[in-house]
Write a protein that binds this ligand. Structure first.
Ligand SMILES: [Zn+2]
Length: 200
């Protein structure tokens, strides 16, 4: 597509187009919106980006992204230090926090094992997890990984490694989503829900 604006604007569009969920068309729309809302949006956004670049850190304990290290979750004394919830990505940690799903702490692996993509154990924060699991204060490791082949492969791999540690290893249930109708579920989900049925 030929450039319709000066190089400064084209550069803005190209950078916006690299954001997840934004293609070239929506990047153009976003750029135009920013330019139109120059004072109300573009200037504060630029300032927020600049501040974030300087302030953001990766927690050396759990791998969460925050503006303090150790992060807010790791330093919160109300958190249950006996429970560590293992996630593939910071996005998953934030999703669990939004759901207020666990009062424990976290461990971010930085991805899942994927032989096809050449991602092995050495590429993930697995050694650090095993070390944390050997802390006598830790009694449960929850594997909150995706219900995909890679996610489940990673869960099995970690479960084997944690045999030596004196911890209970649990994983998320598979089954009927809240508000879900049985008729609309795929066979795999429905079969897993039957297998993992619970007594009332
Ligand atoms: Zn942390």
């Amino acid at each position: 597509m030929p450039a319709v604006a000066g190089p400064e604007i084209e550069r803005l569009i190209q950078l916006l187009a690299r954001l997840p969920g934004l293609g070239p068309r929506s990047a153009r729309r976003a750029a135009l919106h920013l330019i139109k809302k120059r004072d109300a949006l573009m200037t504060p956004l630029a300032a927020a980006l600049k501040t974030a670049i300087d302030a953001v850190q990766v927690c050396k304990t759990c791998g969460n992204i925050d503006t303090q290290n150790p992060c807010t979750v790791c330093t919160d004394p109300r958190r249950d230090s006996a429970m560590i919830c293992v996630v593939a990505d910071v996005a998953d940690l934030w999703a669990l926090e939004r759901a207020n799903a666990t009062q424990g702490r976290y461990h971010v692996l930085g991805g899942t094992l994927s032989p096809l993509d050449g991602i092995g154990p050495q590429d993930l924060a697995i050694d650090a997890l095993v070390a944390r699991a050997h802390d006598p204060a830790v009694t449960e490791i929850i594997l909150a990984l995706n219900a995909t082949v890679d996610g489940q492969t990673t869960a099995h791999y970690i479960t084997d490694l944690l045999h030596e540690a004196n911890v209970k290893v649990t994983r998320l249930a598979h089954g009927v989503p809240v508000g879900g109708e049985l008729d609309y579920l795929d066979e795999g989900t429905l079969a897993a829900a039957i297998r993992q049925r619970t007594a009332l």
